[in-house]
Design a protein around this ligand. Structure first.
Ligand SMILES: [Ca+2]
Ligand SMILES: [Ca+2]
Length: 293
């Protein structure tokens, strides 16, 4: 609607939709994680990096301008649409050693002003059997299941429930560090009409958390599995990050070392998060290390 009437509601006056060329990815058979990377540059405001999973088919990029001067017709911006990929897209290895290393290669089709990468884990998911009952429907703090959890250098927290009756799931973070968990400290919830609930937090802050399983419509005292998968720890060390910008098409090889006292016969989970400085968690490489005797 550029060139039309400029009223007070400037945010409605300038919308531009750029229909990008069809991006086709031959995903099948490729051991690559692909994240569509969008670099958006806005005059006078700076640069924004926006990422989304790449999908086959037409990609549409919508730009919405807010709060610029109505008489400033030449406030231009440019948009770069490209793809970044990491190979391999995930790492699963078996080892008889508590330490070792592997490499991953990053490649972007657009210039980046840097690349950050960090390793998390190694840790193990835990599933416990919990007994639930009918709680006060109007007060999640009456949840009869409350589980404490401490996170330290976590890339991800996944929690889920499974039950054929209606329980809801809440995650609270003790943001003021007073040892109490109040509904004002709710950071995630899943409250559908079923008992199959799940929440995911990416790069959650260090500190104390409490998970509530709230019986919303429960008869009797059924047992149900509660799975908590916190990928956390400092057992993965990433080296090889570039010190400056990364020109398009320049592969970056990252070296990942792991070192943890593991129990033979058990598996451990980790994760690499990487991306440009403005979006350092844009891409993920899941890591699973199985310790053999
Ligand atoms: Ca529910
Ligand atoms: Ca608190």
């Amino acid at each position: 609607m550029v060139g039309g009437r400029f009223g007070d509601r400037l945010e409605d006056a300038l919308d531009q939709i750029v229909r990008a060329d069809v991006l086709r990815k031959s995903v099948v058979g490729q051991h690559e994680a692909v994240a569509q990377h969008v670099g958006r540059e806005v005059a006078d405001v700076g640069r924004r990096d926006v990422t989304a999973p790449a999908q086959e088919g037409l990609q549409a990029l919508a730009q919405h301008q807010v709060g610029w001067d109505g008489d400033k017709f030449d406030a231009g911006f440019s948009t770069t649409l490209g793809a970044a990929r990491v190979s391999p897209s995930k790492v699963a290895l078996s080892t008889a050693s508590d330490s070792g290393s592997f490499d991953v290669t990053f490649n972007s089709s657009v210039d980046l002003d840097g690349l950050e990468a960090e390793g998390f884990g190694l840790s193990q998911p835990q599933t416990t059997s919990e007994t639930v009952k009918q709680d006060d429907q109007n007060d999640p703090s009456t949840a009869s299941v409350k589980k404490n959890l401490t996170l330290n250098h976590a890339s991800r927290l996944h929690v889920d429930t499974t039950l054929d009756q209606d329980v809801d799931l809440y995650v609270l973070y003790d943001a003021n560090h007073d040892g109490q968990f109040t509904t004002a400290e709710l950071v995630a919830s899943s409250a559908t009409g079923s008992g199959d609930e799940a929440v995911d937090l990416i790069r959650p802050a260090d500190g104390d958390y409490q998970i509530w399983v709230h019986g919303f419509a429960v008869s009797g005292t059924p047992s149900m599995p509660l799975t908590i998968n916190a990928i956390q720890g400092n057992d993965l060390t990433v080296t090889g990050m570039p010190s400056g910008s990364v020109p398009a098409g320049t592969p970056v090889t990252l070296h990942v070392a792991y070192n943890k006292a593991m129990t033979a016969g058990q598996s451990y989970l980790g994760e690499l998060l990487l991306g440009p400085p403005a979006a350092p968690t844009a891409m993920t490489v899941p890591v699973q290390i199985s310790r053999t005797p």
